[in-house]
Design a protein around this ligand. Structure first.
Ligand code: SF4
Length: 333
């Protein structure tokens, strides 16, 4: 990998799920959860991925982490196409790419003590230096937990503490990239702030990159260098965090921000926009947002909008010519 090469590059990725019905289990279609996504994450960078629930962002994260099998497209990690690796090579590469989940209770094995959970990966990859206890205690200290926690089980901890343990486990293998799937959305607001600060400290200390998936725009803005906005399996807008949040171009991004900035909206609530999102099983023709878009034109019902882009910014909307215009605030930041 050269100095300017992305740490992670995704090219035209599609992850579809077959839908079968009837006595004969006949294939009737596919849920196109991820449908032609291209993205990149640079070393030391945090890319925020936002969108309504069901837009495909979790499936995209799981595909990158190797937990879903894409139908087509490429995932290049540290310059290598994960698809061409042998099983053993993929396992070795996978240690540099970890994932933490919304529900740490579900991702930690309830039958393993914290010591086992923190050190099993190290042993598997031959990375254990010194005793398991010393390494486990060092990892717990990194996430602000005492060494006595090593001998307890996940159910004995609060949600925030379990997320700290998940983080300790993720960094145990010294990854370059951590995919964070809604890591604070199940936590109380006061605990959320602590875990976000911890994520930022660990990023600084270990030079981590994050793909940070969340529906909470304020958290994403706070943490991210760049933001990608996803709708119905596709990226509709992408660019530097301050620019996308300060002067969103795509009507969907504008609607997301307007919904969050509306007076009286509690922070961190689920994003809900007027109108039903179309089914990813049967996406509409043209721009998939046209049925909900206040600016829709005839062309929007017919053609999928190509990218309008500069070096740092990309938007898929017929309102824009092939080059994105200079940012002009459309909404108050
Ligand atoms: Fe709205 Fe048309 Fe742009 Fe889609 S392409 S967001 S429908 S204006």
């Amino acid at each position: 990998m050269t100095g300017n090469a992305p740490l992670l590059e995704i090219r035209d990725l599609r992850t579809w799920f077959p839908v079968r019905r009837g006595l004969l289990n006949r294939l009737v279609g596919h849920v196109k959860a991820v449908d032609g996504v291209s993205l990149h994450v640079m070393g030391g960078e945090t890319l925020g991925l936002v969108g309504e629930s069901g837009c495909g962002k979790t499936t995209l994260g799981r595909s990158i982490a190797g937990l879903e099998r894409p139908r087509s497209g490429q995932i290049l990690f540290q310059g290598t196409d994960m698809k061409v690796l042998s099983r053993a090579e993929r396992k070795r590469a996978a240690r540099h790419l970890q994932m933490i989940f919304q529900d740490p209770a579900a991702s930690l094995n309830p039958r393993l003590t914290v010591l086992d959970a923190l050190t099993e990966g190290l042993q598997e990859h031959g990375l254990l230096e010194g005793s398991r206890e010393a390494e486990g205690a060092r990892l717990l200290a990194e996430v602000g937990l005492p060494p006595e926690a090593l001998y307890r089980y996940p159910f004995e901890f609060s949600g925030g503490q379990r997320q700290r343990i998940s983080l300790a486990r993720a960094i145990s293998l010294r990854p370059a990239l951590v995919v964070c799937d809604e890591p604070v959305s199940s936590l109380d607001v006061s605990v959320q702030a602590q875990v976000i600060n911890l994520l930022m400290d660990l990023r600084e200390k270990h030079r981590l990159s994050y793909l940070f998936i969340s529906h909470d725009l304020s958290v994403v803005r706070h943490l991210s260098d760049r933001i990608a906005v996803m709708y119905l399996g596709r990226i509709v807008e992408e660019g530097p965090a301050e620019t996308v949040m300060g002067s969103p171009l795509h009507p969907y991004t504008q609607a997301l921000l307007a919904a969050v900035l509306a007076p009286g909206q509690p922070r961190g609530r689920k994003l809900v926009l007027p109108g039903e999102p179309p089914s990813p099983l049967n996406p509409p023709s043209g721009c998939p947002f046209h049925a909900r878009c206040p600016k829709a034109m005839d062309q929007c019902r017919l053609d999928y909008p190509p990218a309008s882009a500069t070096e740092t910014r990309r938007v898929h909307c017929h309102l824009y010519p092939p080059r994105v215009p200079d940012p002009a605030p459309l909404l108050a930041p």
